[in-house]
Write a protein that binds this ligand. Structure first.
Ligand SMILES: [Zn+2]
Ligand SMILES: [Zn+2]
Length: 101
């Protein structure tokens, strides 16, 4: 009954070259330091998108009662996708997104 493929693995960020460890209890899909993501999924974790573009963290979505979400925008095809903030995301990086909002 799983709707998403939860891929959980560490990776090296293509934007800031930070080594991002695998996430505990969630699907890691963005860098914990610069918050950049990569356009590789059609559905979270499936790695089915052919684009492969870097996804810039554009803003933070704050809705009461829901986890904070980073809105990622693909720099190649302009695709937008919200991603849940993970506990070890760099708080300073998150704050710069709030200012833009
Ligand atoms: Zn990074
Ligand atoms: Zn894309």
């Amino acid at each position: 009954m799983k709707r998403f493929t939860h891929r959980n693995e560490g990776f090296v960020c293509e934007h800031c070259q930070a080594t991002v460890p695998e996430a505990v209890g969630t699907c890691r899909n963005h860098c914990t330091q610069c918050l950049y993501s990569k356009h590789v999924d059609v559905n979270p974790g499936d790695r089915a998108a052919a684009c492969g573009g870097k996804m810039r963290p554009a803003r933070l979505e704050l809705k009461s009662g829901l986890p904070y979400r980073i809105i990622h925008v693909c720099q190649k095809c302009k695709f937008e996708r919200p991603n849940k903030v993970t506990e070890d995301d760099n708080k300073d990086s998150l704050m710069t997104l709030v200012d833009k909002f």
